[in-house]
Design a binder for this molecule. Structure first.
Ligand code: SAM
Length: 227
């Protein structure tokens, strides 16, 4: 599968990121050892930067994992008195995330929900300033309209791994069961690009991250291209 960024470019950017604290470094190490998926540090830093620059105080994450990206987001959100809600379906990962939030001293500020986002998301009303979508890639399209609905105008929907290890670009599918997910991701990307309430850009970082801004109002919605 093709690398999204040349190895040397990725490494150069990664080396410029300030050293992480003890807990984040420990999480990076254990994720690598136990092959647990977490965002790359440069993607985590981009999320942090987005939350910081947009002064986000209400954040929703779909797909907590062990809480690595949550803790990066927390660095931007907690100092402004904000709160993060995050959903995880896998019990061992949920338990590990619980422990990591406890170690970070952030259990009061992070609402960690155990369960399936296919149900839980539809009970949430928001509004959120930032939604980070990082769960099963084949489900992004299913979550899209609800995410747009509960996103504050001016808020950001960030979807991770949209190139799915390069398969979305190359069309070379590694396993049969990934065929549907790749096809749905392509549909997701087309949908967010054309969505009347969103302005989207795709960043070739990590495994591809799609950033969609919810337009402010009807005037913004009438673009110069007449879309
Ligand atoms: C890539 S990992 C998340 C990594 C995490 N965001 C980070 O960077 O530290 C994706 C997670 O989404 C969870 N997941 C997948 N489908 C889900 C669903 N329907 N509801 C909730 N969580 C889900 C998986 O169990 C997995 O832990």
């Amino acid at each position: 599968m093709p690398k999204i960024l040349p190895e040397d470019v990725q490494q150069y950017i990664r080396n410029l990121i300030p050293p992480r604290d003890e807990l984040l470094s420990f999480m990076e190490k254990t994720a690598a050892e136990k092959v647990v998926p977490i965002v790359e540090p440069e993607v985590a830093q981009l999320l942090y930067w987005l939350a910081l620059s947009h002064k986000c105080s209400r954040v929703l994450e779909i797909g907590t994992g062990i809480g690595y990206s949550t803790l990066w987001l927390a660095k931007a959100v907690i100092p402004v008195g904000g709160k993060i809600t995050t959903i995880e379906i896998n019990k061992p990962r949920y338990d590990t995330a619980c422990e990591n939030f406890r170690r970070a001293g952030l259990v009061e500020n992070i609402e960690l929900i155990f369960g399936d986002a296919r149900e839980i998301l539809f009970d949430l009303s928001g509004p959120y300033d930032l939604i980070f979508l990082d769960a099963a890639k084949g489900k992004y399209l299913e979550f899209l309209e609800k995410c747009v609905d509960i996103l504050q105008p001016g808020g950001i929907l960030a979807a991770e791994d949209v190139f799915m290890r390069g398969m979305v670009i190359s069309g070379e599918i590694d396993k049969r069961r990934n065929k549907t997910a790749v096809s749905r991701l392509k549909d997701y990307l087309e949908r967010i690009i054309q969505h009347p309430q969103l302005e989207t850009t795709i960043i070739p970082m990590g495994d591809g991250i799609a950033l969609s801004l919810k337009k402010q109002n009807e005037i913004n919605n009438r673009s110069v291209t007449g879309r």
